[in-house]
Design a protein around this ligand. Structure first.
Ligand code: CS2
Length: 501
């Protein structure tokens, strides 16, 4: 390849000979969607489906205006703005094949931290018919145990005091919906794309709790008029590395400062419950169903929990990536046993889905050696993920007298990870978690009180009071601290146990 070409709108005709580019006239695209939280996942998923739909000749009024609410989103905005909001999507196949294409569905990007009023106006404008969200599991602001909206945080207090210049998503949604109601404009649909079971219902409940504090009448209007479809979203999207930018340059002759990398697989199952129109995403592979419950539970309790199982146990064993962990026969066996013995018994049957085949496919996807999904990414924000991904399964098995040994060891590993923070080889483990201090403090008490970590009630609720769980956990955490050998602990947890009494 001679020299690489900078990614921007003007250069698209020259780039078209090097890789797939948008086939539609981007100057005619109107942003019917405002998306809050433009990270890797949005760019590999919703933005990609939407680009595919416009490529296939679909209408151009469902483009995306990206929105970042935090200062940390500035870098993404600046990079995308310099590229006319274009970016490259790199699909990495298990056999080493790499495909890249340019995604053109994002056509604007606004930063709430710069001008909250402008973002609210954009959301309130008639052209916006969907506001979609990837704000991470922690962004929904519910208490992990009680599920209640948490009012006692500085940001929420700020938003209640300054409803026209909010910081959090619920402040923005409330302000924009108020404007629409007052102007007689029909509301937008609020579409969550995060890994939370009943993500639409939770968004609705949180928004209503917040809005009711500000204006009970508005909350009633929202409850009546706004739709919040539940959805299951899926595409493994590792963190982009400098190597990926280099691949684009050397293989495709493209300069893109922040491409997104993902696996070939993608899935999106959505409840068809939109108030103000929607793109025909089913034409490009999304599934619309009346009830997404069984799909989302299956995905969260198998895929996301499976990631956490490999992430926490694997990190302290010294693995660095998901594929590295599943290439280790003990970890592959452990993951499959966790899915079969503990996760599957508490799942509901999904019509038309063969769970055994689904689990096989997960092992194959995790094994894709080119994705190199780092365990640091997987373990980040475990305090927001584990209650939904894994602790829920343990609770349901406790209630049903099911097996819990494999899941419980993951909690013991999480304690060790949060306290000692070292892998078997002495490598320092990076802990990225909004609750990092609390986790560390609780875990650090383990030497004096084996149950110290699980007494962290904001995560575990009253689980420390469950005799069967507490006894097993104490035994496992003590053994882990004594031998510092997670493989030995895993082998023990895999051994058949007498049935729960
Ligand atoms: C991962 C997810 O960090 C995590 O929790 O399990 O980001 C996962 O890769 C996606 O949900 C895949 O769809």
């Amino acid at each position: 390849m001679t020299s690489s070409i900078q990614l921007n709108q003007k250069n698209l005709p020259r780039l078209a000979g090097r890789l797939a580019c948008p086939q539609y006239d981007r100057s005619r695209v109107r942003a019917g969607i405002v998306h809050i939280g433009v990270g890797g996942f949005h760019r590999s998923h919703e933005a990609c489906y939407t680009d595919a739909l416009m490529n296939s000749g679909g209408p151009l009024d469902w483009g995306i205006c990206g929105v970042g609410l935090r200062e940390a989103d500035r870098k993404m905005r600046e990079i995308l703005a310099a590229q006319d909001y274009l970016y490259a999507l790199i699909e990495k196949h298990p056999d080493g094949a790499v495909q890249a294409r340019i995604i053109g569905s994002i056509v604007d990007f606004m930063l709430g931290v710069d001008d909250p009023g402008a973002v609210i106006d954009r959301m309130a404008g008639e052209q916006t018919r969907i506001v979609s969200l990837t704000i991470t599991e922690g962004g929904y602001n519910f208490h992990p145990v009680t599920g209640a909206f948490q009012f006692d945080t500085p940001d929420v207090q700020h938003d209640l005091a300054h409803p026209d210049s909010p910081r959090l998503v619920f402040g923005y949604l409330t302000a924009a919906l108020r404007k629409r109601r007052d102007a007689g404009v029909p509301p937008f649909t609020v579409q969550s794309c995060d890994n939370i079971q009943h993500n639409g219902d939770i968004t609705r409940r949180m928004l209503l709790a917040f809005a009711a504090r500000l204006d009970p009448e508005l909350a009633e209007w929202i409850a009546r008029e706004v739709r919040f479809p539940n959805a299951m979203v899926d595409r493994i999207t590792p963190v982009t590395t400098p190597k990926d930018i280099e691949i684009l340059r050397t293989t495709f002759g493209l300069d893109c400062s922040w491409p997104v990398v993902c696996e070939p697989f993608r899935q999106w199952v959505i409840e068809d419950d939109f108030a103000n129109g929607r793109p025909a995403w089913e034409e490009v592979g999304a599934q619309f169903v009346p009830d997404v419950t069984p799909y989302e539970k299956m995905k969260i309790r198998l895929l996301n929990a499976g990631h956490s199982v490999l992430g926490l146990l694997g990190s302290i064993h010294g693995h660095e990536t998901i594929d590295g962990a599943v290439a280790d026969p003990l970890f592959a066996r452990y993951l499959r046993a966790f899915m079969d013995r503990e996760a599957t018994p508490v799942l509901d049957a999904v019509a038309g889905i063969d769970l055994a085949a689904y689990k096989d496919s997960l092992l194959a996807r995790f094994g894709n050696p080119n994705i190199e999904d780092s365990l640091t990414r997987i373990c980040s924000e475990s305090s927001a993920k584990l209650p939904k991904f894994l602790i829920a399964t343990i609770r349901e098995n406790l209630a049903a007298g099911g097996d819990i040994a494999l899941g419980t060891l993951v909690i013991a590993a999480w304690c060790f990870y949060s306290d000692v923070g070292l892998s078997r080889h002495g490598g320092e483990l990076e802990i990225i978690d909004a609750m990092e201090d609390a986790l560390h403090r609780a875990a650090h008490g383990t030497g004096d009180d084996a149950l110290a970590f699980i007494r962290l009630s904001s995560i575990f609720g009253d689980l420390a009071g469950d005799q069967r769980f507490a006894t097993l956990y104490a035994e496992q955490v003590r053994a882990l601290y004594a031998h510092r050998d997670v493989a030995r602990s895993m082998t023990e947890a895999l051994a058949p146990r007498p049935p729960a009494g």
